[in-house]
Design a protein around this ligand. Structure first.
Ligand code: SF4
Length: 401
């Protein structure tokens, strides 16, 4: 198959080239497609919408565990619209990026007020909270057979290699170029499956590292494969900036109950419950590798735990004192360090330093300000981020030792 030689200068891909790519890619997809729960519900726009929101910044393997339970609990736009805010967050717990759940819930309420129909064009879908360019194209093409190109990082990588695009795929120019190519390639027939075929190829064959060109249906026209550039494409000049953040976490305890508070609406972990905490130090020079780990480390049993602190812990203890004041509680004994919990977000490497803080009889004001005192069993019923769930697990384990 003749392929374009200098992609950046090509305005239109040859018709025969486009037809061949479609044929090869869809043929491969028909033989190799992943059996995913949302693909069994392709004609249900609401189910596709839920899937695409869950899949934003989240691995397929993770979403599989949450998808069907969410749809069982909220099977229609109306059921989701009528649901209580806390119940939606609880069902989402563990998936992360909770703003997605709030956007989905808000959008369901908007649609419910207008009759409950999911919009059938990408343009109309983009008017809903939480739906951008990629998600609208994916829903419109899969659920409504619209000829829309859904381009995410996976698809951009495959297209950059296939067509030898040397523009930075994170730059405005690179994004526009990739998008233009994707739009040209998407067929009138089976656009949703074509979009999903790119995703499967990027996930199984044209992977970020070590693409398996010998198994690829597009090997013969692929510029990167035939010119030995598969490892150097796509070009990405923008580096992810990761900030390391040390966070003091106070588990204020009174007669076996722990003090929790609810995060404000909007921002990180919107509306979820947490232990009182505050950032104590940031390091903008943290490496990307630093955010990959996720762990919890205990500091010894309750009997052996030391309340003494190093000089570096001083700021954390000062922060704990400040938290006690702001939460309206009085420390009855010095805080003792329980251990540390690491948690990675996209741009932040969080290290929670967890302290057990016995307090005297709480005042009503303190309890009111913070939300309340809960037992471990009560905590389990709250909507909590994965990070604070790890803090709780560590605290319970260390306390039991
Ligand atoms: S031939 Fe190799 S580099 Fe080209 S699209 Fe296929 S897997 Fe990617």
């Amino acid at each position: 198959m003749a392929r374009p030689t200098r992609t950046e200068t090509v305005d239109a891909l040859p018709t025969a080239y486009r037809a061949a790519i479609r044929r090869k890619l869809l043929g491969w997809y028909d033989r190799n497609r992943r059996d995913l729960p949302w693909r069994r519900r392709a004609s249900d726009p609401y189910a596709q919408w839920v899937a695409e929101i869950m899949l934003q910044q989240t691995r397929v393997e993770t979403v599989i565990d949450y998808y069907e339970p969410f749809l069982r609990r909220f099977p229609t736009v109306g059921a989701l619209a009528r649901a209580d805010h806390d119940h939606v967050l609880k069902q989402w717990e563990g998936l992360g990026y909770y703003r997605r759940a709030l956007g989905l819930h808000r959008a369901a309420r908007l649609l419910h007020d207008r009759g409950g129909q999911v919009p059938d064009t990408a343009e109309a879908l983009r008017e809903l909270p939480g739906i951008g360019e990629y998600t609208s194209a994916a829903i419109a093409s899969i659920a409504f057979n619209r000829r829309e190109a859904a381009v995410d990082g996976n698809v951009a990588r495959v297209l950059a290699r296939l067509l030898g695009v040397h523009a930075d795929v994170l730059s405005t120019e690179g994004k526009a170029r990739i998008r233009d190519l994707a739009v040209q390639l998407v067929p009138v027939a089976r656009p949703g499956e074509f979009n999903q075929a790119w995703m499967d190829l990027g996930s199984a064959v044209c992977t970020p590292k070590s693409p398996d060109c010998d198994r690829c249906p597009l090997q013969s026209p692929c510029v990167a494969a035939t010119t030995g550039q598969a490892d150097s494409l796509p070009v990405r000049n923008g580096k992810r900036r990761v900030v390391a953040v040390r966070v003091a976490v106070a588990v204020f305890v009174y007669r076996g109950r722990m003090l929790v508070r609810q995060r404000p609406t909007g921002g990180l972990w919107s509306g979820l419950w947490e232990f009182p905490n505050v950032d104590v130090a940031t390091d903008p020079a943290a490496s990307e590798a630093a955010v990959r780990g996720s762990s919890a480390t205990g500091n010894g049993s309750r009997k052996t735990r030391s309340t003494a602190c190093s000089a570096s812990d001083r700021a954390t203890l000062d922060a704990i004192e400040g938290l006690a004041q702001s939460e309206g509680v009085a420390l009855a004994a010095p805080p003792s360090k329980v251990g540390t919990v690491s948690h990675a977000l996209t741009h932040r490497a969080l290290t929670f330093e967890v302290y057990e803080c016995p307090v005297g009889k709480p005042s009503g004001a303190g309890a009111k300000r913070s939300g309340g005192w809960v037992t471990p069993a009560g905590f389990a019923k709250l909507s909590v981020s994965v990070a604070h769930r790890k803090v709780h697990t560590l605290f319970v384990k260390q306390s039991a030792d």
